[in-house]
Design a binder for this molecule. Structure first.
Ligand code: GDP
Ligand code: K
Ligand code: MG
Length: 298
């Protein structure tokens, strides 16, 4: 018996840092979403594509719904609402390592607002939890809703049970042809991916409000004539002069580290050697300014 191919959209929801972006990347098999231990670091809807013999999954990694503090926050919430209303499957994530709390309960209950999507529960980070903890979490999560199509424990880090998840999600998708050509892992542009790599490197080691104030714009990508080098120029945009000083660091030391870390990854992405020119700019209160937001692509 040959079954018809299936395809559709899935997104993962859950509190910040439960492992949604890591899971997206692990399923796609390539880093397309940035991972950070800072909450709320995903800032756009990023699509990752998974091809399987049985069909195609398009994973949409979103920032998640948060209390909006700025115009940027409001726009991101609208974006997430739209994604949740459109997807075929929603995967609700809780980490095996932490007890289910009010935040998890609120998010699980809010899925009532998206009746179109089938819902599955995912217990993440099983590599970091004991058997008893995993069992306890599975029971807690199971009781949060009556309509889970499946409850799956997994580890994105060790890849344990990832296939179980993708099989389960695919089986819930409508039948239909692939939505993207095979061989494509994301619909993100090269510029977007480079900007995110730089943002991830710049986020590493900064604290408090600063992560939220950082945006990155790629100004130029050009192969250098007569060499195997690509010149990439990008701007790291912050909101205040004091933040600019932190990003640059003593005698430019921090910016150099950010550049070195990002350059290696960009070389992997482009498959050439890279000269990376980073410039730090101040755009006052860009998160609240519609014109600046437009310029930064939000
Ligand atoms: P998100 O905010 O839900 O997108 O979470 P991230 O994917 O950014 O991950 C948050 C943190 O959890 C990062 O430090 C990850 O390295 C870590 N993490 C994610 N998945 C796993 C996992 O399967 N096992 C372990 N031990 N850590 C994980
Ligand atoms: K995060
Ligand atoms: Mg994320």
């Amino acid at each position: 018996m040959t079954e018809q191919a299936r395809s559709g959209f899935v997104t993962f929801v859950g509190r910040p840092n439960v492992g949604k972006s890591t899971l997206t990347n692990a399923l796609v098999g390539e880093k397309i979403a940035i991972i950070s231990d800072k909450p709320q670091t995903t800032r756009r809807a990023i699509r990752g594509i998974v091809n399987r013999p049985e069909g195609q999954l398009v994973i949409v990694d979103t920032p998640g719904i948060h209390k909006p503090r700025t115009l940027l926050g409001e726009r991101l919430n609208d974006l997430v609402e739209q994604v949740l209303g459109d997807v075929d499957v929603i995967g609700f994530c809780v980490p095996a390592t932490e007890k289910v709390g009010p935040g998890d309960r609120r998010i699980a209950a809010s899925l009532d607002g998206y009746p179109r999507a089938k819902k599955i529960a995912i217990v993440t980070k099983t590599d970091a939890a004991s058997r008893d903890e995993i069992t306890e979490r599975l029971m807690e999560v199971d009781s949060l809703r009556e309509d889970w199509a499946a409850v799956i424990p997994l580890s994105a880090l060790t890849r344990d049970q990832l296939e179980v998840l993708s099989d389960e999600v695919l089986a819930l998708m409508p039948t239909g042809p692939a939505l993207y050509p095979e061989g494509i892992t994301t619909d993100e542009t090269e510029e977007d991916r480079i900007a995110e790599i730089i943002r991830e490197a710049a986020l590493d080691g900064v604290r408090d409000e600063l992560p939220h104030s950082i945006a990155v714009v790629v100004d130029d990508i050009a192969p250098r004539e007569g060499s195997d080098l690509t010149d990439v120029h990008a701007s790291i945009v912050v909101e205040r002069d004091s933040q600019k000083a932190i990003i640059i660091g003593h005698k430019g030391s921090r910016l150099r580290d950010v550049g070195a870390k990002a350059r290696g990854e960009i070389e992997g992405l482009l498959g050439t050697r890279v000269f990376l020119g980073l410039h730090v700019k101040v755009a006052k209160e860009w998160q609240r300014d519609p014109k600046q937001l437009g310029r930064l692509g939000f």
